[in-house]
Design a protein around this ligand. Structure first.
Ligand code: NAP
Ligand code: ZN
Length: 351
Protein backbone atom coordinates (compact mmCIF):
# COMPACT_ATOMS: atom_id res chain seq x y z
CA UNK A 1 0.00 0.00 0.00
CA UNK A 2 1.12 3.57 -0.60
CA UNK A 3 -0.32 7.02 0.08
CA UNK A 4 -1.57 9.36 -2.61
CA UNK A 5 -2.62 13.00 -2.44
CA UNK A 6 -6.30 13.55 -3.23
CA UNK A 7 -9.32 15.80 -2.71
CA UNK A 8 -12.26 14.48 -0.73
CA UNK A 9 -15.54 15.66 0.82
CA UNK A 10 -16.30 14.67 4.42
CA UNK A 11 -20.09 15.05 4.22
CA UNK A 12 -22.81 16.11 1.82
CA UNK A 13 -22.46 19.71 2.94
CA UNK A 14 -18.65 19.84 3.14
CA UNK A 15 -16.48 21.36 0.44
CA UNK A 16 -13.84 19.20 -1.19
CA UNK A 17 -10.50 19.53 0.58
CA UNK A 18 -6.97 18.20 0.39
CA UNK A 19 -6.34 14.77 1.93
CA UNK A 20 -4.23 11.63 1.65
CA UNK A 21 -5.69 8.27 0.62
CA UNK A 22 -4.32 4.72 0.48
CA UNK A 23 -3.80 3.02 -2.88
CA UNK A 24 -2.92 -0.66 -3.22
CA UNK A 25 0.41 -1.77 -4.60
CA UNK A 26 -0.29 -3.13 -8.08
CA UNK A 27 -1.22 -6.83 -8.09
CA UNK A 28 -0.08 -8.92 -11.07
CA UNK A 29 -2.98 -7.72 -13.29
CA UNK A 30 -2.88 -4.08 -12.17
CA UNK A 31 -1.69 -0.90 -13.80
CA UNK A 32 -0.59 2.07 -11.68
CA UNK A 33 -1.33 5.39 -13.33
CA UNK A 34 -0.06 8.88 -12.58
CA UNK A 35 -3.17 10.99 -13.18
CA UNK A 36 -2.66 14.04 -15.42
CA UNK A 37 -6.25 15.26 -15.93
CA UNK A 38 -9.62 14.40 -14.44
CA UNK A 39 -12.90 15.79 -15.81
CA UNK A 40 -15.67 17.04 -13.54
CA UNK A 41 -18.87 15.14 -14.35
CA UNK A 42 -22.21 16.26 -12.97
CA UNK A 43 -22.37 12.78 -11.40
CA UNK A 44 -19.49 13.86 -9.15
CA UNK A 45 -21.68 16.68 -7.83
CA UNK A 46 -24.76 14.42 -7.44
CA UNK A 47 -22.60 11.94 -5.48
CA UNK A 48 -20.72 14.42 -3.29
CA UNK A 49 -24.06 15.98 -2.30
CA UNK A 50 -25.70 12.57 -1.83
CA UNK A 51 -28.47 13.42 -4.30
CA UNK A 52 -28.72 9.77 -5.39
CA UNK A 53 -29.18 8.54 -1.80
CA UNK A 54 -32.19 6.38 -2.72
CA UNK A 55 -30.23 4.41 -5.33
CA UNK A 56 -26.59 4.64 -4.30
CA UNK A 57 -26.03 6.42 -1.00
CA UNK A 58 -22.69 8.15 -0.67
CA UNK A 59 -20.15 6.82 1.81
CA UNK A 60 -17.94 9.57 3.25
CA UNK A 61 -15.27 10.62 2.81
CA UNK A 62 -15.78 10.55 -0.96
CA UNK A 63 -13.07 11.09 -3.56
CA UNK A 64 -14.97 11.62 -6.82
CA UNK A 65 -13.70 11.60 -10.40
CA UNK A 66 -14.24 9.08 -13.21
CA UNK A 67 -12.90 10.89 -16.26
CA UNK A 68 -9.28 9.99 -15.77
CA UNK A 69 -6.33 10.25 -18.11
CA UNK A 70 -2.70 9.79 -17.20
CA UNK A 71 0.51 7.91 -17.71
CA UNK A 72 1.33 4.39 -16.59
CA UNK A 73 4.18 4.35 -14.09
CA UNK A 74 4.08 0.73 -12.89
CA UNK A 75 2.59 -2.55 -14.15
CA UNK A 76 1.97 -5.92 -12.50
CA UNK A 77 3.90 -9.00 -13.68
CA UNK A 78 1.01 -10.44 -15.72
CA UNK A 79 0.00 -7.19 -17.43
CA UNK A 80 0.12 -7.47 -21.23
CA UNK A 81 -1.80 -4.42 -22.51
CA UNK A 82 0.35 -1.66 -20.98
CA UNK A 83 3.92 -0.79 -20.16
CA UNK A 84 5.42 1.99 -18.11
CA UNK A 85 5.19 5.34 -19.93
CA UNK A 86 2.01 4.52 -21.90
CA UNK A 87 -0.94 6.91 -21.89
CA UNK A 88 -3.95 5.43 -20.15
CA UNK A 89 -7.58 6.27 -19.47
CA UNK A 90 -9.99 5.10 -16.76
CA UNK A 91 -13.72 5.77 -16.76
CA UNK A 92 -16.57 4.91 -14.40
CA UNK A 93 -15.71 1.23 -13.88
CA UNK A 94 -12.71 -0.42 -12.24
CA UNK A 95 -13.96 -4.00 -11.81
CA UNK A 96 -16.77 -6.48 -12.55
CA UNK A 97 -17.30 -10.22 -12.07
CA UNK A 98 -16.20 -11.15 -15.64
CA UNK A 99 -18.58 -14.13 -15.61
CA UNK A 100 -22.18 -12.84 -15.75
CA UNK A 101 -24.01 -12.71 -19.10
CA UNK A 102 -23.48 -8.93 -19.32
CA UNK A 103 -19.72 -9.21 -18.79
CA UNK A 104 -19.62 -12.06 -21.34
CA UNK A 105 -21.30 -9.71 -23.81
CA UNK A 106 -18.82 -6.90 -23.11
CA UNK A 107 -21.39 -4.91 -21.15
CA UNK A 108 -19.45 -4.63 -17.90
CA UNK A 109 -21.39 -1.46 -17.04
CA UNK A 110 -24.47 -3.66 -16.50
CA UNK A 111 -22.72 -6.31 -14.38
CA UNK A 112 -24.57 -6.79 -11.05
CA UNK A 113 -21.19 -7.10 -9.31
CA UNK A 114 -19.49 -4.12 -10.91
CA UNK A 115 -17.12 -1.87 -8.97
CA UNK A 116 -17.47 1.81 -9.78
CA UNK A 117 -14.40 4.03 -9.76
CA UNK A 118 -15.60 5.82 -6.64
CA UNK A 119 -18.12 5.07 -3.86
CA UNK A 120 -18.21 1.29 -4.49
CA UNK A 121 -17.03 -1.37 -2.01
CA UNK A 122 -13.27 -1.77 -2.54
CA UNK A 123 -12.56 -5.51 -2.59
CA UNK A 124 -8.80 -4.96 -2.23
CA UNK A 125 -8.50 -2.46 0.61
CA UNK A 126 -11.95 -2.55 2.23
CA UNK A 127 -13.97 0.65 2.57
CA UNK A 128 -14.99 2.25 -0.71
CA UNK A 129 -13.15 3.00 -3.92
CA UNK A 130 -11.61 6.44 -4.39
CA UNK A 131 -11.80 8.20 -7.74
CA UNK A 132 -9.70 10.40 -9.92
CA UNK A 133 -9.34 13.62 -7.90
CA UNK A 134 -5.99 12.16 -6.92
CA UNK A 135 -2.41 12.00 -8.10
CA UNK A 136 -2.58 8.29 -8.86
CA UNK A 137 -4.85 5.27 -9.20
CA UNK A 138 -4.32 1.50 -9.45
CA UNK A 139 -6.68 -0.42 -11.73
CA UNK A 140 -6.99 -3.91 -13.24
CA UNK A 141 -5.72 -3.64 -16.82
CA UNK A 142 -9.04 -4.86 -18.24
CA UNK A 143 -10.57 -1.56 -17.10
CA UNK A 144 -7.79 0.64 -18.46
CA UNK A 145 -8.11 2.15 -21.94
CA UNK A 146 -5.55 3.10 -24.55
CA UNK A 147 -5.54 6.81 -25.39
CA UNK A 148 -4.80 7.93 -28.97
CA UNK A 149 -1.50 9.84 -28.96
CA UNK A 150 -2.70 12.63 -31.28
CA UNK A 151 -5.33 14.05 -28.90
CA UNK A 152 -5.06 16.85 -26.32
CA UNK A 153 -5.10 15.11 -22.95
CA UNK A 154 -7.16 17.71 -21.04
CA UNK A 155 -9.92 17.24 -23.64
CA UNK A 156 -9.55 13.44 -23.63
CA UNK A 157 -10.37 13.03 -19.93
CA UNK A 158 -14.12 13.81 -20.37
CA UNK A 159 -14.38 11.21 -23.14
CA UNK A 160 -14.09 8.52 -20.45
CA UNK A 161 -17.59 9.33 -19.16
CA UNK A 162 -19.31 12.12 -21.11
CA UNK A 163 -17.89 10.68 -24.35
CA UNK A 164 -18.90 7.05 -23.97
CA UNK A 165 -22.26 7.89 -22.35
CA UNK A 166 -23.36 9.75 -25.49
CA UNK A 167 -21.49 7.63 -28.07
CA UNK A 168 -23.06 4.38 -26.87
CA UNK A 169 -26.79 5.17 -27.20
CA UNK A 170 -26.27 7.01 -30.50
CA UNK A 171 -24.45 3.95 -31.89
CA UNK A 172 -26.90 1.46 -30.46
CA UNK A 173 -29.91 3.21 -31.91
CA UNK A 174 -28.72 2.23 -35.40
CA UNK A 175 -27.68 4.13 -38.49
CA UNK A 176 -28.53 7.76 -37.72
CA UNK A 177 -27.23 9.09 -41.02
CA UNK A 178 -29.65 11.76 -42.26
CA UNK A 179 -31.98 10.98 -39.32
CA UNK A 180 -33.29 13.87 -37.22
CA UNK A 181 -31.57 13.66 -33.84
CA UNK A 182 -32.15 15.95 -30.86
CA UNK A 183 -29.70 16.56 -28.05
CA UNK A 184 -31.29 18.07 -24.95
CA UNK A 185 -29.04 20.10 -22.64
CA UNK A 186 -25.75 21.51 -23.86
CA UNK A 187 -23.47 20.59 -20.98
CA UNK A 188 -20.63 18.10 -20.64
CA UNK A 189 -22.60 15.16 -22.02
CA UNK A 190 -24.70 17.21 -24.43
CA UNK A 191 -21.80 18.86 -26.23
CA UNK A 192 -20.22 15.43 -26.79
CA UNK A 193 -23.58 14.12 -28.03
CA UNK A 194 -23.65 16.91 -30.61
CA UNK A 195 -20.13 16.12 -31.81
CA UNK A 196 -20.86 12.40 -32.17
CA UNK A 197 -24.31 12.78 -33.75
CA UNK A 198 -22.78 15.16 -36.31
CA UNK A 199 -19.85 12.83 -36.95
CA UNK A 200 -22.33 9.96 -37.54
CA UNK A 201 -24.10 12.03 -40.23
CA UNK A 202 -27.33 12.95 -38.43
CA UNK A 203 -29.32 16.17 -38.76
CA UNK A 204 -28.63 17.53 -35.28
CA UNK A 205 -30.91 19.81 -33.28
CA UNK A 206 -29.80 21.13 -29.89
CA UNK A 207 -32.32 22.02 -27.17
CA UNK A 208 -30.94 24.43 -24.63
CA UNK A 209 -32.36 26.61 -21.87
CA UNK A 210 -29.48 29.04 -22.43
CA UNK A 211 -29.96 31.57 -25.25
CA UNK A 212 -26.26 32.38 -24.84
CA UNK A 213 -25.26 28.88 -26.04
CA UNK A 214 -26.89 29.24 -29.48
CA UNK A 215 -23.71 30.21 -31.37
CA UNK A 216 -21.66 27.57 -29.59
CA UNK A 217 -24.17 24.85 -30.40
CA UNK A 218 -23.80 25.63 -34.10
CA UNK A 219 -20.01 25.74 -33.84
CA UNK A 220 -20.04 22.38 -32.06
CA UNK A 221 -21.92 20.81 -34.97
CA UNK A 222 -25.66 21.43 -34.55
CA UNK A 223 -27.67 22.20 -37.68
CA UNK A 224 -30.41 23.88 -35.66
CA UNK A 225 -30.79 25.21 -32.12
CA UNK A 226 -34.02 25.49 -30.16
CA UNK A 227 -34.27 27.52 -26.99
CA UNK A 228 -36.55 25.20 -25.05
CA UNK A 229 -38.15 27.97 -22.97
CA UNK A 230 -39.77 29.20 -26.21
CA UNK A 231 -42.99 27.18 -26.71
CA UNK A 232 -43.47 28.33 -30.33
CA UNK A 233 -39.99 27.26 -31.29
CA UNK A 234 -40.61 23.87 -29.67
CA UNK A 235 -43.98 23.42 -31.41
CA UNK A 236 -42.39 23.85 -34.83
CA UNK A 237 -40.61 20.51 -34.30
CA UNK A 238 -43.63 18.51 -33.04
CA UNK A 239 -43.71 14.89 -34.20
CA UNK A 240 -40.53 15.19 -36.27
CA UNK A 241 -37.65 13.49 -34.48
CA UNK A 242 -36.30 9.98 -34.95
CA UNK A 243 -34.23 10.02 -31.79
CA UNK A 244 -33.68 12.36 -28.84
CA UNK A 245 -30.89 12.10 -26.28
CA UNK A 246 -31.82 13.78 -22.99
CA UNK A 247 -28.81 14.82 -20.89
CA UNK A 248 -30.53 17.17 -18.41
CA UNK A 249 -29.23 16.83 -14.85
CA UNK A 250 -32.28 18.41 -13.13
CA UNK A 251 -36.07 18.10 -12.97
CA UNK A 252 -37.82 18.89 -16.26
CA UNK A 253 -40.91 17.88 -18.24
CA UNK A 254 -39.91 15.05 -20.56
CA UNK A 255 -43.41 14.93 -22.09
CA UNK A 256 -42.51 18.13 -23.92
CA UNK A 257 -39.70 16.24 -25.64
CA UNK A 258 -41.63 12.98 -26.18
CA UNK A 259 -44.14 15.04 -28.21
CA UNK A 260 -41.37 16.02 -30.58
CA UNK A 261 -40.77 12.37 -31.57
CA UNK A 262 -42.22 11.01 -34.80
CA UNK A 263 -43.68 7.51 -35.28
CA UNK A 264 -41.65 4.88 -33.40
CA UNK A 265 -39.29 7.60 -32.25
CA UNK A 266 -37.20 7.02 -29.15
CA UNK A 267 -36.09 9.26 -26.35
CA UNK A 268 -33.13 7.95 -24.40
CA UNK A 269 -32.39 9.35 -20.97
CA UNK A 270 -28.79 9.59 -19.91
CA UNK A 271 -29.29 12.50 -17.51
CA UNK A 272 -30.00 11.29 -13.99
CA UNK A 273 -32.02 13.90 -12.05
CA UNK A 274 -32.46 13.39 -8.33
CA UNK A 275 -36.28 13.18 -8.49
CA UNK A 276 -38.56 10.96 -10.68
CA UNK A 277 -39.81 12.40 -13.98
CA UNK A 278 -43.59 11.99 -14.57
CA UNK A 279 -44.48 10.49 -17.97
CA UNK A 280 -47.92 10.83 -19.53
CA UNK A 281 -49.02 7.53 -21.10
CA UNK A 282 -50.37 9.51 -24.05
CA UNK A 283 -46.92 10.92 -24.78
CA UNK A 284 -45.90 7.35 -25.61
CA UNK A 285 -49.11 5.78 -26.96
CA UNK A 286 -49.64 8.34 -29.70
CA UNK A 287 -46.90 7.79 -32.20
CA UNK A 288 -45.92 4.40 -30.69
CA UNK A 289 -42.98 6.16 -29.10
CA UNK A 290 -40.51 4.65 -26.66
CA UNK A 291 -38.54 5.90 -23.72
CA UNK A 292 -35.29 4.25 -22.64
CA UNK A 293 -32.19 4.80 -20.59
CA UNK A 294 -28.53 4.18 -21.16
CA UNK A 295 -25.58 3.77 -18.81
CA UNK A 296 -22.02 4.68 -19.93
CA UNK A 297 -20.70 1.81 -22.09
CA UNK A 298 -18.67 -1.40 -21.88
CA UNK A 299 -14.90 -1.49 -22.07
CA UNK A 300 -14.67 -2.63 -25.70
CA UNK A 301 -17.10 0.08 -26.80
CA UNK A 302 -15.22 2.68 -24.75
CA UNK A 303 -12.02 1.74 -26.56
CA UNK A 304 -13.90 1.90 -29.90
CA UNK A 305 -15.10 5.41 -28.95
CA UNK A 306 -11.58 6.58 -28.05
CA UNK A 307 -10.21 5.17 -31.33
CA UNK A 308 -13.03 6.91 -33.22
CA UNK A 309 -12.10 10.18 -31.47
CA UNK A 310 -8.46 9.65 -32.43
CA UNK A 311 -9.41 9.13 -36.10
CA UNK A 312 -11.81 12.08 -36.22
CA UNK A 313 -9.85 14.38 -33.92
CA UNK A 314 -12.68 14.67 -31.41
CA UNK A 315 -12.14 15.82 -27.81
CA UNK A 316 -14.23 17.67 -25.26
CA UNK A 317 -14.16 21.47 -25.11
CA UNK A 318 -12.61 22.07 -21.71
CA UNK A 319 -11.77 24.75 -19.22
CA UNK A 320 -8.66 23.60 -17.38
CA UNK A 321 -8.61 24.36 -13.65
CA UNK A 322 -6.25 23.59 -10.76
CA UNK A 323 -7.75 21.29 -8.11
CA UNK A 324 -7.82 24.22 -5.68
CA UNK A 325 -10.71 25.67 -7.77
CA UNK A 326 -12.86 22.55 -7.63
CA UNK A 327 -15.50 23.89 -5.22
CA UNK A 328 -15.96 27.02 -7.29
CA UNK A 329 -16.24 24.83 -10.38
CA UNK A 330 -19.07 22.81 -8.77
CA UNK A 331 -21.04 26.03 -8.16
CA UNK A 332 -20.48 27.13 -11.74
CA UNK A 333 -21.49 23.71 -13.09
CA UNK A 334 -24.78 24.00 -11.23
CA UNK A 335 -25.39 27.29 -13.04
CA UNK A 336 -24.54 25.67 -16.43
CA UNK A 337 -21.59 28.05 -16.52
CA UNK A 338 -18.90 25.93 -18.15
CA UNK A 339 -17.83 25.55 -21.78
CA UNK A 340 -18.30 22.63 -21.73
CA UNK A 341 -16.38 20.54 -19.22
CA UNK A 342 -14.02 21.37 -16.40
CA UNK A 343 -10.83 19.35 -16.67
CA UNK A 344 -8.69 19.37 -13.53
CA UNK A 345 -4.96 19.62 -14.08
CA UNK A 346 -3.86 17.06 -11.50
CA UNK A 347 -0.28 18.26 -11.40
CA UNK A 348 -1.77 21.15 -9.33
CA UNK A 349 -2.07 18.64 -6.45
CA UNK A 350 1.70 18.63 -6.16
CA UNK A 351 1.81 22.39 -5.47
P1 NAP B 1 -23.93 19.33 -17.07
O1 NAP B 1 -22.61 19.60 -17.69
O2 NAP B 1 -24.33 20.08 -15.86
O3 NAP B 1 -25.02 19.49 -18.22
C1 NAP B 1 -26.39 19.38 -18.00
C2 NAP B 1 -27.11 20.39 -18.88
O4 NAP B 1 -28.50 20.24 -18.63
C3 NAP B 1 -26.81 21.84 -18.54
O5 NAP B 1 -25.67 22.33 -19.17
C4 NAP B 1 -28.06 22.55 -19.04
O6 NAP B 1 -27.95 22.73 -20.45
C5 NAP B 1 -29.15 21.52 -18.80
N1 NAP B 1 -29.89 21.83 -17.59
C6 NAP B 1 -29.41 21.95 -16.34
N2 NAP B 1 -30.39 22.23 -15.47
C7 NAP B 1 -31.53 22.26 -16.19
C8 NAP B 1 -32.89 22.50 -15.87
N3 NAP B 1 -33.28 22.76 -14.60
N4 NAP B 1 -33.80 22.45 -16.87
C9 NAP B 1 -33.41 22.20 -18.12
N5 NAP B 1 -32.13 21.98 -18.49
C10 NAP B 1 -31.21 22.01 -17.53
O7 NAP B 1 -24.04 17.80 -16.64
P2 NAP B 1 -23.38 16.50 -17.33
O8 NAP B 1 -22.09 16.20 -16.68
O9 NAP B 1 -23.48 16.62 -18.79
O10 NAP B 1 -24.39 15.37 -16.81
C11 NAP B 1 -25.75 15.41 -17.17
C12 NAP B 1 -26.53 14.35 -16.42
O11 NAP B 1 -26.14 13.06 -16.90
C13 NAP B 1 -26.27 14.32 -14.92
O12 NAP B 1 -27.49 14.02 -14.26
C14 NAP B 1 -25.29 13.17 -14.76
O13 NAP B 1 -25.30 12.59 -13.48
C15 NAP B 1 -25.81 12.22 -15.80
N6 NAP B 1 -24.85 11.22 -16.26
C16 NAP B 1 -25.35 10.02 -16.64
C17 NAP B 1 -24.52 9.05 -17.15
C18 NAP B 1 -25.07 7.75 -17.62
O14 NAP B 1 -24.32 6.79 -17.78
N7 NAP B 1 -26.35 7.67 -17.89
C19 NAP B 1 -23.15 9.30 -17.25
C20 NAP B 1 -22.68 10.56 -16.87
C21 NAP B 1 -23.53 11.52 -16.39
P3 NAP B 1 -28.50 24.08 -21.19
O15 NAP B 1 -27.78 25.21 -20.53
O16 NAP B 1 -28.11 23.84 -22.59
O17 NAP B 1 -29.97 24.09 -20.98
ZN1 ZN C 1 -19.71 10.85 -15.33
Amino acid sequence: MFNAKAYSAASETSPLASTTIPRRDPTEHDVQIEILFCGICHSDVHSVRNEWSSVMPTVYPIVPGHEIVGRVNKVGSAVTKFKSGDLAGVGCLVDSDHTCPNCQDGLEQLCPNQTLTFNSPDRHLGGVTYGGYSESIVVDEHFVLHVPANLDLAGVAPLLCAGITTYSPLRRWGDIKRKKVGVVGLGGLGHMGVKFARAFGAHVVVFTTSESKREDALRLGAHEVVVSRNADEMQQHAGSFDFILDTIAAEHDINTYLHLLGRDGNLTLVGAPEKPLPVSAFSLIFGRRSLSGSLIGGLAETQEMLDFCGEHNITADVEIIPIQKVNEAYERLLKSDVKYRFSIDMTSLKG
